[in-house]
Every structure is written in structure tokens, then in C-alpha cells.
Design a protein around this ligand. Structure first.
Ligand code: PMV
Length: 357
């Protein structure tokens, strides 16, 4: 049995549900998929990501010792969680131990941002438990902490796309400059092994329509670092191929404009066009091509999403069942989502704070 009440969180309504177990806090954060601009965003071009319906929930409650789903917390096994606990717990030498329980329906290591959702949801849960309620993290701080956790876990190389989308929800646009027609949210910077990088993060709200995203998982794992290195090598061998990167940038801007206007036929077309360039750059795979070809007859457009080489493809469709069935018949595992889902959300709050900063 639960009691619900509406609260404001960063100007967005947030449903807070007080559970009977007054000591527990549960927060949730969404998966993401990239609609436009992967790889090109590494070279400063804009990228557009969408928060998916699939979410990850993190429940924390006081315990005698730290545990994550029953196993003890270590930096090696749980780099994101370890980083966040120490980043948030700045003023105390001995953090009070918590039991952390993670549930959800985001497949791991498939380019849908499961580790970012974990970091963001944990940040939201830990934050609401801190004693100084006047000093809550805002979206900028929450996504910054989660981004740092990702960067720590990925040897200093992480774009803020996943953590920003998981925090803010809806549709998020990343670029090296402030983009027209979007709502600028914050600037994100990271000192990477290749030097300082800066991203401008924006949000936008597409008009409602009866369109769906169908994600098709190839089940093949291709590390993002390997895929990014493939593109870097292609550019080094042929510097004029930067034109392909710029072409992705202009497709992203065109796709974004169509999204703002609610012109989903054009959005789908731009997605397919984006895919052709990614394929030409060498980051697609046989499995991705098979799933994309299977989806296209019933979709407005389809492309790989994320780093490619494996992972997922995404189709924009008005016939989610037919598109999903076609992808499954071709060997993919599917998820269906509407566009523009909520970002970090607190779903169960503590009766009393047990966190002392
Ligand atoms: O599949 P993901 O979520 O790791 O996306 C990678 C996106 C790239 O543009 C290929 C890399 C990046 O850092 O933006």
C-alpha cells in the first residue's frame, strides 16, 4: 500500500510515493537511444538522444554493511556506485552503510545506457536521503556526478549523452555549440586523455504523435572504444572523410527540425539517411543490416543506434507490433517505446533521512 503526492522537481512534476517501509528510498532513471549523430558527436557535430520507457530502479535502505544486490561493494566490481558514494559523501570520513538493490528492464551492454541509468538513479536516491534537504542536487549537478562516475569507469572517456538523457528525460540534444530552437540546459566539460572537451546540452519537446521506437538488439557486444577507434582510423587514413562526419551533422540538424515540427515522416527518412553514412564509415555489421532491412518495410526509417558493430538498431514506426515481429523473425530481440519519457524520478521517499553529510 502506498500514498502518493505530487511534488515539483527542477520545475517538472514528480510523483513521490511514500512506501510503508519508511527507511527505503527508490529512484528510477530511463534508458536512452540515439536518434541522430553518434560518432559525429565525437567531432563536435550535434546528436539527438531520446529517453526510453525502459527504466532502472535503485532502492537503498540502511544496513549493517554496504551491499549491492547481496554482494559487497567494491570499486572493481561496482565502479559507478563506488565513485558516486564517495563523491556525494564528501564531509564524512565514514559513510553510513546502505543496502542497494537494482531492478529494471534495460538490457546491459547493448548501447541503451544501462550504466548511466544506474548512476543517475543512484544519485537521485542518495540525494533525497541526505539530511540537508535545502541543498538538493539540481539536474545539472546530478548529471555531472553521474557523468564523472561514467568517466571514472571508462578510463576518462565518456560523452555526457547517456547521463544527460537519463537525468533530463524527453529528447536531449548535444553539440559543441548552443543550438537554435532547443532549450539550453547546461554545459558539460571533461578532461579526457585527448584533452579538454566541452558539450552544450539542450532539451526539446517533440509534438505528440502516434509513433513508436522499436529497438532491435543483435545480441552482439562491440565495445564503444573499438568503434570510436575505427572511425578515428578511417579519418586518419583519409582526412577528407571528415565531410561524412559533417554530413551526419547536417542530417542531425535536419532531423531535429523535423522532430520539432512533428514531421515524423521526415524524421524517419533522416534516420535512414544517417544510417547510410554510418554504414559507409564502417561501423555497421551484418547483424545490424539484417535487422534494419527487416524493419524498413513497416517503418518510417531505421538505423543503428549507439556505437554500432553490434548492440542495437532503432526503427521509427507507426506499426510497432508489425515492426517488432519483423525484427524478431530476423533474429533480433525487441523493445518498444514511445518518444519522450520522464528523466530521473523519485518513486519512494524516506520517512526520515538517514544520510548525514
Ligand atoms: O552506444 P553508446 O551509448 O556507447 O554510444 C556511443 C556514441 C558514440 O558517439 C559512438 C561515442 C560517444 O562518446 O559519443
Amino acid at each position: 500500500m502506498t500514498r502518493g503526492c505530487e511534488k515539483e522537481y527542477e520545475g517538472r512534476p514528480l510523483l513521490v510515493t511514500m512506501g510503508l517501509d519508511g527507511d527505503a528510498t527508490t529512484a528510477s532513471a530511463p534508458a536512452k537511444c540515439i536518434l541522430f549523430g553518434e560518432h559525429a558527436v565525437v567531432y563536435g557535430e550535434p546528436a539527438v538522444a531520446v529517453a526510453l520507457e525502459q527504466r532502472l530502479n535503485v532502492r537503498i535502505s540502511p544496513a549493517k554493511s554496504w551491499s549491492i544486490d547481496g554482494s559487497s561493494l567494491t570499486a572493481k566490481r561496482h565502479p559507478h556506485i563506488h565513485h558516486l558514494v564517495h563523491a556525494l559523501w564528501t564531509n564524512t570520513s565514514e559513510p553510513k552503510p546502505l543496502s542497494v538493490h537494482v531492478t529494471g528492464d534495460i538490457p546491459r551492454a547493448s548501447g541503451l545506457g544501462s550504466s548511466a541509468a544506474l548512476s543517475v538513479a543512484l544519485c537521485a536516491a542518495l540525494d533525497t536521503s541526505r539530511e540537508n534537504s535545502g541543498d538538493r542536487l539540481d539536474h545539472d549537478e546530478m548529471s555531472h556526478l553521474a557523468h564523472m562516475a561514467e568517466a571514472t569507469a571508462q578510463s576518462g572517456r565518456a560523452s555526457p549523452m547517456d547521463t544527460s538523457t537519463s537525468t533530463l528525460g524527453g529528447v536531449v540534444v548535444l553539440s559543441d555549440r548552443k543550438e537554435d530552437g532547443c532549450e539550453w540546459a547546461f554545459t558539460r566539460q571533461l578532461e579526457t586523455p585527448e584533452g579538454m572537451r566541452t558539450w552544450e546540452i539542450h532539451t526539446m519537446t517533440p509534438p505528440q504523435d502516434d509513433v513508436y521506437l522499436v529497438l532491435g538488439n543483435t545480441g552482439v557486444h562491440a565495445p564503444t572504444s573499438h568503434q570510436v577507434a575505427l572511425v578515428a582510423a578511417a579519418l586518419e587514413a583519409n582526412p577528407e572523410r571528415i565531410n561524412e562526419i559533417r554530413a551526419i551533422g547536417s542530417i542531425s540538424r535536419r532531423g531535429l527540425k523535423a522532430l520539432q515540427e512533428g514531421n515524423y515522416d521526415v524524421v524517419g527518412h533522416a534516420m535512414s539517411e544517417n544510417h547510410l553514412i554510418l554504414r559507409n564509415l564502417g561501423v555497421s555489421s551484418e547483424e545490424l543490416e539484417t535487422l534494419i532491412s527487416a524493419a524498413l518495410p513497416t517503418a518510417l526509417g531505421a538505423k543503428l543506434t549507439g556505437a554500432g558493430g553490434g548492440g542495437c538498431m532503432v526503427a521509427l514506426t507507426r506499426q510497432p507490433k508489425a515492426t517488432s515481429e519483423a525484427i524478431e523473425l530476423a533474429g533480433g530481440r525487441t523493445l518498444i517505446s514511445r518518444l519522450g519519457n520522464p528523466g530521473a524520478t523519485l518513486i519512494e521517499g524516506p520517512k526520515e533521512t538517514f544520510w548525514r553529510d
